[in-house]
Write a protein that binds this ligand. Structure first.
Ligand code: GLN
Ligand code: ZN
Length: 758
């Protein structure tokens, strides 16, 4: 009989209980013991659910107090030197210090988890030899067994992936680090084996990327060492997010199971299995239910795939599972009361995916006849959505086809635009600005709640927003910023805000997923053809502009970011969706310009998030992503200054694409990647306006003038002062008012110093 499994379950809870507990603890509202008990309750609840649904191999140690990569680092006592730590179990204060920064020490870098919107804390291997501070998988296994009688499957990040995702060491030290880590892994696995653990899932998603021979050698060393040291343990070597690059090498490893992604790596993995067969002595973890998408699977198609795989693997050696951890999808569709039946019926979040997995396991074990009714219902639901009017708007489809058939291009090249823009705007050297949002204080959030509940009418709420704008326009003038923003007080989220106003979007009530730490996002669902209906940002921006003589930058979220931060339909290509969004947003850009707004920022922080993991697919993606950005922004006058903003990731290998976007000014997050980006600009000749963020906004710490002076000087070694802008790393909505004002004052002071020098 085949077995069912998942690769991880969302940790945040159906009502974000997890987030609430973490934040209460950070705010000092609950003690550590209470945090522990609250989190345990959540954790056990999740295990219980999987047990009830009938999952055979339930994962443990997928839960975390913040991030599972950070957990792995602290399990090995890997704590950056700047934090007070003297060995032993890493105290929760240090753990959260690494994640979030403290008054004394900057947080560790945070970066994207492969091509997802999850961000992990980058381990810093800066010296001290690793040790085991606590066998976390074992603790988790014991808890599941003792409390619920579950024979669980502990998860651990594999050594190769862990090393490749860490920083702070030189490539030449990789083997030395592996040598230090490997015995620790062995000890952890031995302790698990002694405890009677049957299966352990070792996550090596790095195997879907291109590996050098040295790494393939390391891979072999690692798994041969495990096979020799813990022969009694079943190791499921788990990959996900794409097809594996080196199938034959991986298939030859002495492990008991190999987990492959047959959703995002469908074609490649299937081909590998078909061409090479699957090793007879191994279990195949068949990741066939999409751990990242929200749509109901076509059970018929999945069953056909399982049957195909069955030609290569006997049922006893088949595990039906999710393609990756369910961390990337919301908890359940069940609590949603506001979606249309047509849409709701076509959705499957984590809990519904558990059902799908169990059902498919049953079908492949007991025959199709056992699930005929379910198969039929499933196909009906999928068809109903496909035929809906929202998915078949020919007016939009034709307009977008016409616009996207032309090459989107601004009237003048940058060098000429720059001259007319400078004449018009008369900005000082090193103009200062911010990225858009100002603190969403308790007051702001409360006002929005009252309005949403209907206790405040539209007028009252709009008045409140105007008051906020007034306050912050005055503050910005007083601080001495050159290009102002209205502050985005009317927006909860930069994607949701636009989605609510465009056609083709739907919103869940509880569809949250973890983005980083306690930060959760509720991605909209693009389920129909996207269309512009009415101006979305003009009113507030125009109002802000009426209050000052300095320019106010209009603020939009770009097409690629909206797409990458939404759950999207799968019946048309992402490229098509991007063009629909671009066409809709272009109408907003034009509306802003018509209303007298002459600087417009189109944020694209998430461009890189959609970058395919396979290098050979990246150029094509970047090409249409850039085109979508240009489609959005190219119809404006020469004097209109188009800004864009990017953050959260590395850009060093996409500077050409950034250039091709042809924005007049780009602001990029840099401070948290500790200036590495600046380095890449040394090799390029980026010749358009650019602001490299001069301070980290993820931390409550107020940056000192001197620190920012250093950032500015470093950047200006490479970049032309005439094209350089000074701004924070990102929007300030998560920050407090006082720290924001102090930080910006220091930023302006640092700018004044720089203006004397350049
Ligand atoms: N304009 C947005 C803000 O300031 C940009 C946010 C982002 O890049 N993530 O909030
Ligand atoms: Zn940003």
């Amino acid at each position: 009989m085949a077995k069912s499994s998942v690769l991880g379950y969302p940790r945040i809870g159906a009502d974000r209980e997890w987030k609430k507990a973490l934040e209460a603890f950070w705010a000092g509202k609950i003690e550590e013991t209470e945090l522990n008990s609250k989190l345990q309750e959540i954790r056990l609840d999740h295990l219980r659910k999987q047990l009830q649904k009938g999952i055979d191999l339930i994962p443990v140690n997928d839960f975390s107090y913040y991030d599972h990569v950070l957990d792995t680092a602290t399990m090995f006592g890997i704590v950056p030197k700047r934090f007070p730590y003297e060995g032993g179990a890493v105290p929760v204060s240090v753990y959260y210090g690494i994640a979030r920064g403290t008054k004394e020490a900057a947080a560790s870098e945070m970066t994207k988890w492969f091509n997802t919107n999850y961000h992990y804390i980058v381990p810093e291997l800066d010296g001290a030899a690793p040790v085991i501070t606590e066998n976390k998988p074992l603790t988790a296994y014991r808890e599941a067994k003792e409390k619920l009688g579950i024979e669980s499957k502990p998860i651990i990040i594999g050594p190769l992936t862990f090393l490749k995702l860490s920083k702070g060491y030189d490539i030449s030290e990789t083997d030395a680090w592996l040598k230090r880590l490997l015995p620790l892994y062995v000890q952890i696995l031995q302790e698990l084996a002694q405890e009677g653990v049957q299966w352990v899932q070792i996550d090596e998603p790095i195997l879907v990327t291109k590996l050098e021979n040295a790494d393939l050698g390391r891979l072999k060393t690692i798994y041969e060492t495990f096979a020799v040291s813990v022969p009694e343990l079943n190791i499921m070597l788990q990959t996900y997010f794409e097809s594996v690059e080196n199938y034959s090498d991986i298939a030859a490893l002495p492990v008991q199971g190999i987990g492959l992604d047959f959703v995002h790596g469908y074609a490649g993995n299937l081909q590998s299995v078909k061409e090479n067969g699957f090793p007879k002595d191994k279990v195949l973890g068949a990741g066939i239910i999409d751990g990242r998408g929200i749509w109901k699977a076509s059970l018929q198609e999945k069953l056909a795939l399982l049957e195909e795989l069955s030609e290569h693997v006997v049922a006893e050696k088949l595990i039906v599972q999710s393609s990756c951890s369910l961390l990337h999808v919301p908890v359940t569709v069940q609590n949603e009361t506001k979606l249309s039946a047509e849409l709701k019926n076509a959705l499957a979040f984590a809990d519904e995916k558990l059902d799908e997995i169990v059902l498919l396991t049953k079908a492949i074990s007991s025959g199709k006849a056992s699930v005929v009714k379910e198969l039929e219902e499933c196909e009906l639901a999928i068809q109903a959505l496909k035929q809906s009017s929202e998915r078949n708007r020919t007016d939009i489809q034709q307009a977008v086809a016409a616009v996207s058939s032309k090459e989107p291009k601004r009237n003048l090249p940058f060098a000429e635009r720059h001259i007319v823009q400078q004449q018009k705007w008369q900005l000082p050297l090193l103009p200062t600005t911010t990225i858009g949002s100002f603190p969403q204080s308790v007051e702001v959030r409360k006002a929005r709640q009252l309005w949403r509940k209907g206790e405040w009418n539209n007028e009252r709420y709009a008045g409140f927003i105007r008051d906020q704008i007034d306050t912050w326009i005055k503050l910005q003038e007083e601080i001495g910023l050159d290009v102002l923003v209205h502050g985005e007080f009317e927006r909860t989220d930069m994607v949701e805000f636009f989605g609510e106003k465009l056609a083709g979007f739907a919103f869940t009530q509880y569809g949250w997923v973890q983005s980083y730490g306690s930060r959760c996002v509720k991605p909209p669902i693009i389920y129909g053809d996207v269309a512009f209906e009415k101006a979305m940002t003009v009113e507030e921006t125009k109002y802000a502009q009426s209050k000052t003589k300095r320019p106010v930058k209009g603020m939009l979220t770009g097409p690629i970011t909206i797409m990458n931060w939404s759950f999207v339909r799968e019946d048309i290509t992402r490229e098509q969706i991007a063009y629909q969004l671009a066409y809709a947003l272009r109408q907003e850009v034009e509306a802003l310009e018509d209303a007298g707004i002459g600087m417009i920022q189109v944020d694209e922080p998430a461009v890189r998030e959609g970058l395919p993991l396979k290098t050979e697919e990246q150029a094509k993606y970047l090409e249409w992503a850039v085109k979508a950005f240009r489609m959005t922004s190219c119809t404006v006058q020469d004097t209109t200054q188009i800004h864009t903003h990017m953050c959260y990731c590395e850009f060093h290998d996409m500077i050409d694409s950034i250039e091709a976007m042809d924005a007049d000014v780009i602001s990029i997050e840099t401070s948290r990647s500790h200036g590495e980006l600046i380095h890449s600009f040394e090799l390029n000749t980026y010749k358009q306006g650019i602001g490299l963020g001069v301070y980290d906004i993820h931390s409550p710490r107020v940056p000192q003038i001197e620190e920012m002076t250093q950032m500015i000087d470093r950047a200006l070694c490479v970049l032309d002062p005439k094209l350089f802008w000074i701004n924070p790393d990102c929007g300030l909505k998560t920050r407090g008012v006082d720290e924001t004002v102090s930080s910006l004052r220091n930023m302006v002071a640092a700018t004044r110093i720089a203006r004397e020098k350049y």
